[in-house]
Design a protein around this ligand. Structure first.
Ligand code: IPM
Ligand code: MG
Length: 384
């Protein structure tokens, strides 16, 4: 019996190793970053997602279209709405991303994506993989860049979360070895760690920031986190003007709450799962997850989204029209910067900054505040 189980487990493990060996070979031959100034038209795909996603991504699309109207008129930019990334359609095809949707996504350059529902075991939907995780893997969106700013406290953090490795990607490849034993895997590769860490250092260099913080649990998770940390210290040698320090994830979550220290962090680079957790905490400090946008950057494609989920409860309670579209509008600003319009991006960010704390633009997620549509109108009145 146990021999049989071991043989079966070995087969599964061998398949995973094979896949990762191939992946690493592909990473070694990775293409250059796309140069958008040479691309025409730049195709922006828009997926609306589920729950509040439908409403808030429509608002964000409106803001983007407004800022890019000249570029659309001249043919430099083209919008393409992509249907089918809804939980109903994904459940019907039993796929995280149905094949025809994936094909359409690949025909774009950048994607604005509304939150999508991630099923869990035992829930009302088939337990398919998260659409976010699948898209990050299929389009090789290795860098999850999540800025968080609290101007009144002089906090300006930029998180670089590794997006294609760690506990996530192999999370859906784990298996029950026996009736009693479940095993998941976590992978960090030299190339995968290097590309995200290098991106964090380049960002620090280009923004005159003299400190990068790597967050791991390398004292306990010695092999994978150990590699991530080693790669960080190797890359740091190429940037003598930037100091690298390492923090463990547990104390780091505490330090983000320490007013005496937290503003000193600037650029933070970390493996997938730690990045997921720490960025929710950071966004909450900024004013809630509804305020934070997120960029998923790859060499060929990039995707921009909210940091939060589809909030089905808000829809059930009929509050979707009061959902805060700021996260998706921030994501749109990141998209604008990414495709070469930093000045337009800045206008959107300034309009959002002006709205936060402004009584006229008070959005609370319920009747006590204005609707997402009214809020978006207010933003549009501020961007020009
Ligand atoms: C995020 C989300 C996703 C993640 C979920 C929806 C799979 O929490 O983008 O942070 O865990 O990556
Ligand atoms: Mg998350």
């Amino acid at each position: 019996m146990s021999k049989e189980l071991i043989e079966k487990a070995k087969e599964k493990f061998a398949a995973i190793i094979n896949e990762q060996l191939k992946r690493v070979e592909a990473l070694k031959k990775e293409a250059e970053d796309i140069d958008y100034s040479a691309v025409s038209p730049i195709i922006i795909g828009v997926c609306f997602g589920d729950g509040i996603g439908e409403v808030i991504s429509k608002h964000a699309e409106g803001v983007l279209k407004h800022l890019l109207k000249d570029e659309v008129a001249s043919g430099k930019v083209k919008f393409k709405e992509i249907a089918g990334l809804t939980i109903e359609n994904r459940a019907k095809h039993k796929k995280a991303i149905p094949d025809d949707v994936l094909k359409e996504l690949k025909a774009c350059h950048v994607i604005l994506k509304g939150p999508t529902t991630t099923p869990q075991a035992g829930g009302k939907w088939p337990n398919i993989e998260s659409a976010n995780v699948a898209m990050r893997r299929h389009l090789d969106l290795f860098a999850n860049v999540r800025p968080v700013r609290i101007p009144k406290e002089d906090i300006d953090w930029c998180f670089f979360r590794e997006n294609t490795e760690g506990a996530y990607i192999l999370g859906s490849k784990g298996f029950d070895v026996s009736d009693d034993i479940s095993i998941d895997f976590k992978v960090i590769t030299e190339q995968g760690a290097e590309r995200i860490i290098r991106m964090a250092f380049e960002y620090a260099k280009n923004n005159n920031i003299d400190r990068v913080t790597v967050v791991t649990k390398s004292n306990v998770v010695k092999t994978t986190d150990g590699r991530f940390s080693k790669v960080a210290f190797r890359i740091a040698k190429e940037y003598p003007k930037i100091k690298l320090d390492e923090w463990y994830i547990d104390i780091m979550t505490a330090k983000l709450l320490d007013p005496a220290r937290r503003r000193d962090f600037k650029v933070i680079v970390l493996p997938n799962l730690y990045g997921d957790i720490l960025t929710d905490e950071a966004a909450q400090l900024q004013g809630g997850v509804g305020t934070a946008g997120s960029a998923n950057i790859g060499r060929r494609w990039s995707m921009f989204e909210a940091i939060h989920g589809s909030a089905p409860r808000m829809v059930e309670e009929g509050r979707d029209k009061f959902a805060d579209p700021s996260s998706m509008i921030r994501a749109s600003a990141m998209l604008l910067r990414h495709i070469g319009y930093p000045e337009k991006a800045e206008r959107v960010n300034l309009a959002l900054d002006r709205c936060s704390g402004n009584e006229k633009a008070k959005i609370t997620g319920r009747e006590t505040g204005i609707t997402g549509e009214e809020y978006t109108k207010y933003i549009l009145s501020q961007v020009d």
